[in-house]
Design a protein around this ligand. Structure first.
Ligand code: SF4
Ligand code: SF4
Length: 473
């Protein structure tokens, strides 16, 4: 039978190549002999004839079988169709995101909740604050729809989440009580702009082992350019002492890492400077950069050269990360950390994220959406607390967003991890959440290459580094 080299991506290591197979998402080290075999099958050739019947055939068969098992050699006739199969539905929930308020005390220019790219329908805004009753109903929804999972998590989101702190506190107590009664575990996470981090709030968050993500864009000038109060006054000076107090209390309590979430715009391109401010001056444990989600044409939107400037900054941070990994030191650059973990685990995504699958969002009014960014958009509603999850709508969305429908992605090596990218971004860009985010493919592929090259460099020098991902599997 005729076999051919399957789609893959390589990064060169010291003594061979690290190869990432697109179809199987396996990542493997190949020595030069194995690479040569792989190359011999480029364009296709008869496998039996290649293996031959002479003395060396046994060895050739072994290397052929090993490459085929990794998904690096495949029958030439092997048509690609990615099957549109969904996992058994209803898929058990793992995480529920509660939009506990749609109010905010800041007026960030790029905010998808309040800005020009908001997808909520104009008349759909529910109450400003989620009631305790709706929050309890959300906890029940999570526990009742997560069969088979011992661990579940609740994420609190906004608006500015801490504007509804009393309900958060009550909800945490309710969820912990219910988890204890059922012999399960519930964990909590929260995203905040840090303006309302009081001593009381900090004590509560550390006591309940919250994973805290703080929206902060960097040093004062960069941050204040977009993250300001309605008066136009920037928020950096106000939040810095509060963040320091939280990080200090969290360290003392040996809490979970405190993360910074940076929105990168056309006006904030110095990612290394931003990273260094957040880690060295403020003490964050992790820093994640998210390119701003926006329709084209906004003055802060990223385009062309901005993406490449961003990539150069990521590349500098990746060098620092690799050096730290080789020396067994922690580095805070979470975008790279996430890609390395996923490469190492062989993650192969049929959907870009958990939205609609293991994760759903709930609005202040109790409407259920695909994720926190889709609540109140009407079009993406998948039920309500009173009616329960609308499994037909959920399934229809997951079928439409499945990688099998994104034909243009089928020949892309970044597919196992990208899978078309964020639905919300696609909704904002193309008015269709199921479209792949084709405006940023080159950038995504370049970042995946950076991840693969970093993987190779660390594997070459300190393979023991990857044990941390096995522990967290
Ligand atoms: S959206 Fe672009 S980068 Fe992502 S998998 Fe599809 S083609 Fe590849
Ligand atoms: S759709 Fe986008 S914003 Fe929503 S969970 Fe997925 S990646 Fe996150």
């Amino acid at each position: 039978m005729k076999y051919t080299t399957a789609q893959h991506r390589r990064a060169e290591g010291r003594a061979g190549s690290y190869v990432w197979a697109t179809r199987s998402a396996a990542i493997a080290f190949l020595d030069p002999d194995a690479v040569a075999v792989l190359d011999e099958f480029t364009g296709g050739r008869d496998a039996e004839a290649w293996m031959g019947a002479d003395e060396a055939s046994k060895e050739r068969r072994q290397s052929f079988d090993a490459l085929a098992a990794l998904g690096l050699l495949e029958p030439a006739e092997f048509a690609l169709p990615l099957t549109p199969d969904l996992p058994a539905m209803p898929f058990p929930l793992g995480t529920l995101v509660l939009n506990v308020t749609n109010k905010c005390n800041l007026s960030c220019t790029y905010c998808y909740e309040y800005g020009e790219d908001r997808i909520a329908t104009p008349d759909s805004k529910g109450p400003a604050l989620m009631s305790a009753e709706t929050a309890r109903g959300s906890v029940d929804l999570l526990f009742n729809n997560s069969a088979g999972r011992r661990n579940v998590s609740l994420t609190f989101f906004g608006g500015e989440t801490l504007l509804n702190f009393p309900v958060i506190r009550e909800t945490v107590e309710y969820a912990e009580t219910r988890a204890r009664a059922e012999g399960r575990r519930v964990s909590f996470a929260l995203t905040t702009n840090a303006t309302l981090l009081s001593e009381e709030v900090i004590t509560f968050l550390t006591q309940h082992h919250f994973g805290v993500n703080i929206s902060i864009d960097g040093p004062r000038e960069t941050h204040d350019a977009h993250r300001a109060f309605a008066s136009g006054k920037g928020s950096h000076a106000m939040i810095v002492p509060k963040i320091r107090a939280l990080i200090e209390a969290n360290r003392a309590a040996k809490g979970r890492p405190i993360g910074a979430r940076v929105t990168v715009t056309a006006h904030s391109q110095d990612v290394r400077g931003i990273h260094d401010h957040l880690v060295n001056e403020l003490g964050f444990d992790s820093v994640g950069f998210a390119p701003v989600t926006s329709a084209p044409g906004r003055d802060y939107a990223l385009s062309g050269e901005n993406y490449w400037t961003l990539l150069r900054g990521f590349s500098e941070l990746a060098d620092d990360f690799v050096a730290a990994a080789i020396a067994n030191r922690h580095h805070a650059f979470s975008n790279l950390n996430d890609v390395l973990r996923e490469l190492h685990h062989g993650v192969n995504k049929a959907h870009p994220c958990g939205a609609g699958l293991g994760l759903l969002g709930v609005s202040t009014a109790g409407e259920i959406g695909l994720c926190h960014r889709f609540v109140e958009s009407g079009r993406h509603e998948v039920g309500s607390l009173s009616r329960g999850i609308d499994e037909d709508r959920r399934k229809a969305f997951l079928e439409a967003g499945h990688i099998s429908t994104k034909v243009v992605c089928h020949t892309c090596f970044a597919r196992p991890l990208c899978s078309g990218g964020c639905y919300h971004e696609a909704q904002v860009r193309y008015n269709d959440a199921s479209q792949p985010n084709l405006h940023s493919c080159e950038w995504i592929r370049a970042f995946m290459d950076l991840g693969l090259q970093s993987y190779a460099r660390i594997m070459d020098e300190n393979p023991a580094f990857f044990a941390r991902y096995e522990e967290s599997a």
